[in-house]
Design a protein around this ligand. Structure first.
Ligand code: SF4
Ligand code: SF4
Length: 422
């Protein structure tokens, strides 16, 4: 039966499987394997299961469903793999087989279903988030009540317009992202202000819509493609880089060509689009006017975005920017690039595992005694906010852009302190 399902995804997955020599170098990088120590929760184990199913050697049973559904999709295994195995293609092919043999395996409960719908309606999403803050008082299942502290965030308006330090020259198109803009719009405002101050002409496209990541990972391919087409059409009229502040969105935008494997015309457009996609920090690194940043004598740690690290290849940039902040102490954590358990809607679908991953991470955070936990993705911001509340860590979780903007304004106010931009 599986052989009869040959399509591009299955063929590409088999090619990746053939590259895998079962060395196991990916195992220590895998958060779920580190959690359980079970082969079925490792990339190599999952690859072996999908291989068996694709080759009709084993059946696509509940064991495969569990193994694949507990995968975070963080792609740390790809970064660790010396053979360059594109594990996500194997994962996706396994899920596609299950779509046919076990329809409903990706069935979403009402919370993620509602979230998916709301990603197309940012205003409503923001309203629901406000109600969600009061959820501890509602008669909800305990795992949902537990998530309420995630929404306990007060956006900090970026009050001052960006100082006109230089005539903006290079055009930049800003992609806001639905969850990022709905819940953490101050991070976007701060990033746009910094880009402008650094000499870019920041533009936006009102036709922009959700990047499609949640739909894609929920198996709603056509919905993801529709969203991708709308974004491609909205941004392809202009030239210049397309930047964002959400690692998850950036990875999805970069992956658009994979949505159109069987549609050459759209694939070409998607390739041109994705080549222009970059995280905003890549522009800050080499901006026309380098900016100076003055800290406030704080200890800060970073929770990186796995998709920025493992898909976009820009994982070093947040730490590089932090090294430019004078006066604060950046404390690198051993697992700062490892998934925090948020992973799209994983923390709603598998709160038990997501919490275990988070608790391990919080042990590291507590050891550093930070004042701030900095993030570069909205899912991480929600998850780490839950972490500091749950572990009673007296630290604020905020997006790196907001932190940098404050440090930039501070440096502007203290020109006499001799902070020259690096
Ligand atoms: S995916 Fe890569 S690292 Fe993991 S077992 Fe296969 S070849 Fe080794
Ligand atoms: S994507 Fe992440 S959780 Fe899944 S197998 Fe790879 S490293 Fe493990």
């Amino acid at each position: 039966m599986v052989r009869a399902m040959a399509n591009v995804w299955i063929e590409k997955a088999l090619a990746e499987i053939n590259h895998c020599n079962k060395c196991g170098f990916c195992l220590p990088a895998c958060p779920t394997y580190r959690l359980t120590g079970n082969e079925v929760d490792s990339p190599r184990g999952r690859i072996a299961l999908v291989e068996g199913v694709l080759k009709d050697e084993i059946s696509a049973d509940d064991g495969l469903v569990a193994s694949l559904s507990y995968c975070l999709g963080c792609r740390a295994c790809e970064t660790a793999c010396p053979s360059g195995v594109q594990y996500h293609r194997v994962l996706e092919a396994g899920k596609k087989v299950l779509d046919q043999t076990k329809p409903g395996h990706r069935q979403l409960t009402w919370v993620p279903r509602t979230l998916l719908r709301l990603t197309h309606q940012p205003r409503r999403l923001r309203r629901v988030a406000r109600w969600g803050k009061r959820a501890t008082r509602w008669p909800l299942p305990s795992h949902l009540k537990m998530l309420a502290p995630m929404l306990d965030y007060r956006a900090e308006p970026v009050a001052a317009p960006p100082p006109a330090l230089t005539s903006p020259s290079e055009p930049v198109l800003f992609f806001h992202g639905c969850v990022q803009e709905a819940l953490f719009h101050d991070a976007n405002q701060a990033a746009k202000a910094l880009l402008t101050a650094a000499g870019y002409r920041v533009q936006q496209r009102p036709e922009e819509t959700c990047c499609g990541a949640l739909a894609w990972h929920a198996g709603r391919e056509e919905e993801a493609r529709t969203l991708a087409r709308r974004n491609i059409e909205a941004f392809e009229r202009d030239e210049g880089p397309i930047v964002n502040t959400a690692g998850g969105c950036g990875a999805m935008l970069k992956s658009y060509p994979e949505l159109f494997e069987e549609d050459p015309a759209w694939r070409e457009r998607a390739e041109r689009f994705s080549e222009r996609v970059s995280d905003w920090l890549s522009l800050m690194e080499n901006s026309p006017r380098p900016l100076a940043f003055q800290g406030a004598g704080e200890r800060v740690v970073l929770q990186n975005s796995c998709h920025l690290v493992n898909v976009e290849g820009g994982g070093q940039r947040p730490a590089e920017m932090l090294s430019r902040v004078v006066g604060d102490t950046f404390l690198p954590l051993e697992g700062q690039d490892r998934c925090c358990g948020s992973a799209g809607i994983y923390n709603i679908q598998h709160p038990d595992w997501a919490l275990k991953l988070l608790d391990r991470k919080m042990e590291e955070v507590k050891g550093a005694r930070p004042v701030r936990v900095l993030v570069v993705n909205p899912g991480c911001q929600l998850q780490m906010t839950l972490g500091v509340r749950r572990h009673q860590v007296d630290a604020e979780v905020e997006h790196l852009a907001r932190y940098l903007y404050r440090a930039f304004l501070r440096a502007q106010r203290q020109p006499e302190s001799g902070h020259e931009a690096g």
